[in-house]
Structures are given as structure tokens and as C-alpha cells.
Design a protein around this ligand. Structure first.
Ligand code: PMV
Length: 351
């Protein structure tokens, strides 16, 4: 660092992602029990600005956190807890007064998971700080590799948000550079049709999740179906990679839906049982399947750990699918609210 530099600002925009093969269950500290793959989204993102200033005393972390313009102590605690785990590697953190302003492009109460976009944005800001203070991340590929590593430690699925397009995380047989520690752009051929995918999120409920994903992952430890699930996820990953290479939208849809329903099946059959789907979630799935059978269009759904249904389809059928959503599905969403998104290119440095 230039010794005259006493303060500065770093700012990143980082997207949410939606998993196709689901990460559900851990095999150690922030190590996934099975590999996962997701689409990085475009419109749903977090913008995080981190202001820093060297302070006279350097002993404790000094963090103030504003979410959408208001000081937020709950989020501050989450971020402080994570940064506390980093002070051994980054002793400079204790020498700084840090003020963070964070905003999401999607409404806070939209029932959309924000941990992937917010924790990856934080990790990217942290990597920018590492470069300012330690000058170790000038190489772009090292920078994002480190950002993915740090994102994973904060929230597993966030590791996939630092890259655009289709992104894998977790060791995959046959994929040389795949790793449980960092995510990477899918290292296999991708048919052009999957570069145009749309994600229309049917917001069935805007309420916050009743069960945290941390608690959800833990329920897999004693789950009676756990070994079968991890075997299924590995084999689905191989089949999905093949379908993505071949442009096989039917197989893609079949596996993607199986993964979503498996995730919810696992939650429903865990002890205690977790039931997040609502009546309208099922109604949307039935309507979508009827529409697909009638129109023979390449459209499928996936679901995160919540009641909202993500409808996935290539851009070439957007007009027809969006008309169907407006006519038949919007009324099943809370306040008729749904979000149109699509595959995106990954994070952007803003400052
Ligand atoms: O990253 P976490 O710990 O919030 O877990 C995310 C789990 C799912 O969103 C349900 C699946 C996934 O792979 O993103």
C-alpha cells in the first residue's frame, strides 16, 4: 500500500444465482456433500460499497453496516462474524474503520435468497482490500478464485456467484479443475441455447424463510436418504453436463425438476420436517406442466429453499411463455408479483 493512503472506497455489484443441481448437505466446514451447478442471474444483484479509513488504534474490528440506507445491526453481526474469521490472514482489517452500504436490486421482502449476492459482493470487496493492502491479487484469475473461496466460507452457494453463465462448485468426476473449495465456470461444452436462458421468478410468497439454510444443511446429517441423495446428485450432474453440451432441453428440464423436487422431498422427510411449498407453488407447477404438454415448449421449473417457482426457458420462446405467465400464473403470485431475469455475466467492479 502507498503509505500516504489513509482511506478509500471499493464497490462491487454481484449477482444472485439459481442452482440446477442443488447443494444440500455438508461434508465438513463449508464443504459440499455433492457438487452443484447454477445459472448466474443478471438483474437480481447486490451492490456493496465498502469505505475504509485507517484508525489510530488497531485492536478491534470496527464495522458499521447500512442496508438500503438504514443501519442494520443484524446484517452487521453476520458480516462482522465472518470478517472476524479472516483477521489472522488479513491483520489490516483491525487497523481500519469500515463502513459498508449495501443494496439489493430486488425488493427485500421478495422471498428471494440474498445471501449469494450479498456474501459474494462482500468477498469481492475483501479481495479488493487484500490487493490494496497486500498487493497479492493483481492477476484477474487469482482474484476471482480467491473471491470464490472467501464467498464459500461465508455462504456456500455464494461461491458460484463470482462467475457468469453456468457455474459449478464441488468435485465432479471427469472435470479436471473442479473443486470443493472454489467454484468455476462450467469446464465443459455449453450449447448456445443455454446461454440465452430466462428465469421468471413466480413470487408465491414474499415472507422470509422460516428455516435458515444452515439449519437445512444440518438436517441432512442424519437424513435416512442421504447416501441415495448424494449418489443421485452425482449422476444427475453427469447427465446434466451431457444435456447442456448437446442442447438437449428435454433432459435438462427433467433433471432440473427432479433436483428441485428432491430438495423439497428431502426437507419434507427430514426430522423435523420442513415444508416450504405452498398451495400456489403446486398450482403453478401443474399449470406449467399442462402448458408444456399442450405446446411442446422447452420450459421447466426449479425451486430454491422457499415456495417461489423459477421458470426456466430459452429466449426464443420468451414471448409465448411470458404471455402464459401473465395470463395464468401471475394471479397465483403474492400481489401478482413476478420477476423477469436471465443468465448474466457475473460481478462488476463499480469502484
Ligand atoms: O449457500 P447456502 O448455505 O445458503 O445454501 C444454498 C442451498 C440451496 O440454495 C437450496 C441450493 C443451492 O445450491 O444454491
Amino acid at each position: 500500500m502507498n503509505n500516504n493512503t489513509q482511506q478509500g472506497i471499493v464497490k462491487w455489484q454481484s449477482p444472485a444465482n439459481i442452482a440446477l443441481i442443488k447443494y444440500w448437505g455438508k461434508a465438513g466446514h463449508q464443504i459440499p456433500a455433492n457438487p452443484s451447478v447454477s445459472f448466474t442471474l443478471n438483474n437480481a444483484h447486490t451492490e456493496m460499497e465498502l469505505q475504509w479509513e485507517v484508525k489510530p488504534e488497531s485492536n478491534e474490528l470496527d464495522i458499521t453496516f447500512f442496508f438500503e440506507g438504514k443501519e442494520n445491526l443484524k446484517f452487521r453481526q453476520k458480516i462482522a462474524d465472518f470478517l472476524q474469521t479472516r483477521v489472522v490472514q488479513y491483520p489490516f482489517l483491525k487497523t481500519l474503520k469500515i463502513t459498508i452500504h449495501s443494496e439489493n436490486s430486488f425488493p427485500h421482502s421478495a422471498g428471494i435468497a440474498s445471501s449469494a449476492s450479498s456474501m459474494s459482493a462482500l468477498a469481492l470487496c475483501l479481495c479488493s482490500l487484500e490487493n490494496i493492502f497486500l498487493n497479492t491479487l493483481n492477476d484477474e484469475s487469482n482474484f476471482f478464485h480467491k473471491a470464490s473461496f472467501l464467498s464459500r466460507l461465508a455462504s456456500g452457494s455464494a461461491s458460484r456467484s463470482v462467475y457468469g453463465g453456468l457455474v459449478t462448485w464441488g468435485k465432479i468426476d471427469g472435470l479436471e479443475n473442479s473443486s470443493d473449495e472454489v467454484a468455476a465456470t462450467l469446464q465443459a461444452p455449453t450449447h448456445d441455447i443455454f446461454k440465452t436462458y430466462q428465469d421468471a421468478v413466480m413470487v408465491v410468497s414474499r415472507s422470509e424463510k422460516a428455516t435458515s439454510s444452515r439449519a437445512g444443511h444440518a438436517l441432512m446429517d442424519a437424513h435416512p436418504f442421504k447416501e441415495a441423495r448424494y449418489t443421485q446428485a452425482r449422476s444427475n450432474m453427469q447427465a446434466l453436463i451431457k444435456a447442456i453440451a448437446e442442447g438437449d432441453t428435454n433432459t435438462f428440464g427433467r433433471i432440473t425438476e427432479e433436483e428441485a423436487l428432491t430438495l423439497h422431498g428431502l426437507m419434507m422427510t427430514s426430522e423435523p420436517s420442513v415444508l416450504l411449498l405452498l398451495g400456489n407453488s403446486l398450482e403453478i407447477i401443474h399449470k406449467l406442466r399442462t402448458f408444456r404438454n399442450e405446446k411442446r415448449l422447452p420450459i421447466c421449473f426449479t425451486i430454491d429453499a422457499g415456495p417461489n417457482i423459477h421458470i426456466l426457458y430459452p429466449a426464443e420462446v420468451k414471448k409465448e411463455v411470458d404471455s402464459f405467465i401473465v395470463a395464468e400464473l401471475a394471479q397465483l403470485c403474492e400481489s401478482k408479483y413476478w420477476i423477469a431475469d436471465h443468465v448474466g455475466n457475473g460481478p462488476k467492479r463499480l469502484k
